[in-house]
Design a binder for this molecule. Structure first.
Ligand code: FES
Length: 108
């Protein structure tokens, strides 16, 4: 069974916002897409840019370094120059607490 860690409060992450947290030492970027919270690895797969410092438009995050885009719901690449997706993590919300899985979602 996948373990989860409490990492933030929902009230600290308004819709349209990103926030960097750590789960067992791994940097994770939380994103609030119209009230639904998603989590992906915070390091851009292109050259390690800080995705939590990027911009969020609907479910698409844009890396602040060279403009790669990723879908925060899946971690999939949505625009160059990144070629590889970033890991996505399951999120559970319990009351005002955001919990993120310690292991990334498996890809089929
Ligand atoms: S490091 Fe993110 S686009 Fe280059």
């Amino acid at each position: 069974m996948v373990e989860f860690r409490a990492v933030a409060k929902v009230s600290e992450l308004p819709p349209g916002q990103l926030r960097r947290v750590e789960v067992d030492g791994t940097p994770i970027c939380l994103a609030n897409v119209d009230g639904a919270i998603y989590a992906v690895a915070a390091r851009c797969s292109h050259a390690g840019g800080p995705l939590a410092d990027g911009a969020l438009d609907r479910s698409i995050i844009t890396c602040p370094w060279h403009g790669a885009m990723f879908d925060v719901t899946s971690g999939e690449v949505a625009g160059p120059p990144a070629a590889e997706s970033v890991e996505a993590y399951d999120v559970e919300v319990e009351g005002d607490v955001v919990c993120v899985a310690v292991e990334p979602m498996s890809r089929v």
